[in-house]
Design a protein around this ligand. Structure first.
Ligand code: NAP
Length: 324
């Protein structure tokens, strides 16, 4: 089968399209004919083995391959059609249209992907095509997970820093559906897109530092590594919640102190990416509360360009690779 592979860590041009062996589903697995896969920031970070936050560098490098990647096929968030089913699998049938997460197994940059049937994979929203559906799991699962932890009440003010990215564009819509007044922070080119998907206010971070505006918020959801922890916490109202998508080690320690000794709460987490959460996202999509903002769709042969597009951050939404 055809797959986009990388055999060394490095810049986008280490990606190649090659023929590799077609996987066979084990007894507890399903094989999916991948139709579309998101090219994510995490794929780019893994490919270059460069991360905005450094504390997990060594344990992760040991896990994924010290000198070269053990799993040469990236791609964690996909849509496709179930093509074969292991003999112990009862919850899927051949021909099911699905979307989901391969988690840290990756592998969705190939024409076929085998995963345990217990993974976070559910039937595709009826009102989305495969490209739109593949854009949902990464941003949607992470945004939903964090925003639920914040316990948002109707009318509360929520600021989303890094709102124009994969997670942020879903966070804006999910916070709106929870009844919040949403302020989106990102670079100016993303203003129109963010207002279109429901943000009430927009701040261009290249012109204004939201932590110096004198305004405060009930919830700040921060996707931007290297933000000032104290400035963000100081921009919370009494009882406010600070959600960190990309925390440094020191910020995690400070979060424990903030949550224990003040009336504010600082939270960090790795989204569990559960089936319940994906089903909730599917319902929101089908109810018209959630949409995918797609920037560009690339063929596998242009995977290098797709990764460069994700890395240069000039994109207005999510970058998809169509595998069929
Ligand atoms: N905790 C978890 O479980 C978890 C899970 C997945 C991902 N993450 C992490 O969360 C981060 C966000 O993920 P993502 O996929 O949404 O990334 P993304 O798509 O690259 O989005 C990041 C957004 O932030 C904007 N930005 C950059 N600098 C900014 C600043 N100083 N102020 C405001 N906005 C700024 C970027 O725009 P411009 O660069 O154009 O300005 C971009 O629109 C990644 O670093 C990822 O590793 C965490």
């Amino acid at each position: 089968m055809k797959a986009i592979v990388y055999h060394e860590y490095g810049a986008a041009d280490v990606l190649r399209v090659m023929e590799i062996e077609k996987p066979v589903a084990e007894n507890d697995e399903i094989r999916i004919r991948v139709h579309a896969v998101e090219a994510t920031k995490a794929d780019c970070e893994m490919r270059g083995f460069q991360f905005a936050v450094q504390w997990f560098w060594l344990p992760l490098r040991i896990a994924v391959g010290i000198t070269r990647p053990k799993q040469p096929v990236l791609g964690g968030y996909f849509s496709g059609v179930v093509d074969s089913v292991g003999k112990d699998v009862s919850n899927f049938r051949r021909g099911d249209e699905v979307f989901g997460s391969a988690g840290l197994y990756f592998g969705a940059y190939g024409e076929y992907l085998c995963l345990p049937a217990s993974y976070t994979i559910v039937s595709k929203p009826a009102n989305m095509n495969f490209e739109e559906a593949a854009a949902v799991p990464l941003g949607g699962l992470n945004a939903l997970h964090f925003l639920r932890k914040a316990g948002i009440r109707t009318g509360e003010s929520v600021l989303i820093n890094g709102a124009g990215g994969s997670i942020g564009s879903f966070a804006v819509q999910i916070a709106k559906s929870m009844g919040a007044e949403v302020t989106a922070v990102d670079s100016g080119i993303k203003c129109d897109m963010l207002l279109r998907i429901g943000a009430d206010h927009f701040i261009d971070y290249t012109r204004e530092d939201f932590t110096r505006s004198g305004r405060s918020y009930d919830v700040i959801f921060n996707m931007v590594a290297n933000s000032s922890y104290s400035s963000c916490v100081n921009s919370l109202k009494p009882g406010g919640r600070y959600l960190m998508g990309n925390p440094r080690l020191a910020d995690m320690l400070r979060a424990v102190i903030t949550s224990t000794f003040t009336d504010k709460t600082a939270l960090f987490a790795f989204a569990g990416e559960t089936e319940d959460e994906l089903l909730a996202l599917k319902s929101m999509v089908e109810a018209g509360e959630l949409t995918s903002v797609i920037d560009k769709i690339y063929p596998p042969e242009q995977a290098v360009e797709a990764h460069r597009r994700v890395e240069t951050e000039q994109r207005l939404g999510i970058v998809i690779i169509r595998m069929i």
